[in-house]
Design a protein around this ligand. Structure first.
Ligand SMILES: CSCCC(=O)C(=O)COP(=O)(O)O
Ligand SMILES: [Zn+2]
Length: 206
């Protein structure tokens, strides 16, 4: 059954309340989206407080990022969402968050990726069934030019169909999944793992 716009709007609004409540989407940071059809995505309007979203703060865009609702300005990071929907047709929702953990860990990590290994919680990611696995999370340097940033992300996605998320250094996390609940579960798992890594770094600097 195709999810209605009303239902998808509620999932985005509730995601915003949850993520703001956990401190992972402070102030007007972050952006969220859900696939409406094969050619349209429902996305947050730019500059809105994500803990206080209403249906008016959402708009439909086409796959080129054009607003389908005159007067509403799509998120500045629309291109990063659309790139993920174009990459995998089974993706139904994308969340971008700005937690302290993602921000600090991505700045402390000088290499271009983080690798999570031997954590039981890795099994919260779609496709991972054992702690005896490696979850590689690339870190891209931040860029105010979203098209240029998307061009750096694109080759990684093309070569890593198993990828469940990426970090933008000093900025935040992108993760995605078939349903909004899958993506919320992954955000929570990432945040747990970021906190573990930060605690490990504090006691055993590497
Ligand atoms: C105040 S955070 C700066 C912009 C940003 O990184 C973000 O996630 C929110 O941008 P949007 O245009 O989607 O509101
Ligand atoms: Zn952002």
């Amino acid at each position: 059954m195709t999810a209605t716009r009303e239902h998808l709007s509620q999932t985005i609004i509730e995601a915003g309340r949850f993520l703001y409540g956990r401190g992972w989407s402070p102030a007007t940071s972050s952006n969220y989206s859900a696939r409406l059809t094969s050619s349209e995505v429902l996305l947050t309007v730019s500059g809105k407080h994500k803990g206080q979203l209403t249906t008016e703060d959402l708009l439909a865009v086409d796959m080129d990022g054009n607003s389908l609702e005159p007067g509403k300005k799509p998120s500045a990071e629309t291109g990063l969402h659309l790139q993920i929907y174009r990459w995998q047709p089974e993706v139904g929702a994308v969340l971008h968050t700005h937690s302290v953990g993602a921000t600090v860990l991505s700045r402390l990590t000088l290499s271009d990726s983080l690798v999570f290994a031997d954590y039981e919680l890795q099994k919260a990611f779609t496709g991972i069934t054992t702690h005896e696995s490696q979850v590689c999370v690339p870190i891209f340097d931040n860029d105010q030019n979203i098209e240029r940033l998307a061009a750096k992300v694109q080759p990684w996605l093309e070569n890593h169909s198993e990828c469940v998320g990426y970090l933008i250094r000093g900025h935040g996390l992108y993760t995605w999944g078939a349903k909004m609940n899958d993506v919320l579960r992954q955000v929570e798992a990432f945040e747990f793992l970021f906190e573990c890594e930060l605690k490990l770094k504090a006691v055993q600097p590497r």
